[in-house]
Design a protein around this ligand. Sequence first.
Ligand SMILES: C[S@@+](CC[C@H](N)C(=O)[O-])C[C@H]1O[C@@H](n2cnc3c(N)ncnc32)[C@H](O)[C@@H]1O
Length: 210
Amino acid sequence: MITPEQYSEELYKEDEALINVKRSLAEAGIQDVSVAAGYGRLLTMLVRMSGAKAVLEIGALGGYSGICLARGFAGEEGRLVSLEISDVNAGLASRNMEAAGFGGVAEYMIGEALDSIEELEKRGDRFDLFFIDADKGNYLNYLEKAIALANPGAIIVGDNTLLRGRTLNPDKNGPSVKIMRQFNEQIASNPRLMSTFLPAYDGLALAIVK
Ligand SMILES: C[S@@+](CC[C@H](N)C(=O)[O-])C[C@H]1O[C@@H](n2cnc3c(N)ncnc32)[C@H](O)[C@@H]1O
């Protein structure tokens, strides 16, 4: 028997641009922790369905999710700001975005994401969709900042909310696990959010800022 995730991936094969991201990560010796294929497709659909024009991605890696997000923009109006601590990763993501036909769509801000967010706050930038996918220890901070930078009705997506099962395991209580549980609880109970939790792959939190 195959898993539901494998079945989904049989139905929807990754295309050349996304395969290229994976190939480039392997060639650079960088661990591939790109968003799962099915959730990448979901990101495209969320951007398209919501009509988001300004998207903030926290964690670029090789540009897999960046391509998925940019694919959701209808026409040429969309703008992606991507926060990445590694200049090597940001360079790779930028090249892969360009190869996928999205050159110039993304602005990469290199450094600690929280510092870059401070800069965005100073610039007065606001966003329609957030994809949180960087260091797990800052997920609660990223959630707080996303709510602060959200346009009304903005979508917040958080990846890896199950931490490969550690979130569910009462014997696992490391700092990232504790923060991820708090993040999931905040997403579920914050009165400013309408939300749900998708348990496929490594878990995905999905919320709308009311
Ligand atoms: C899970 S990967 C992102 C995957 C990417 N969103 C995708 O699906 O293609 C996490 C990325 O966050 C970056 N990162 C980790 N800590 C960070 C921080 N404090 N500030 C900014 N970026 C960070 C890592 O360098 C890595 O590239």
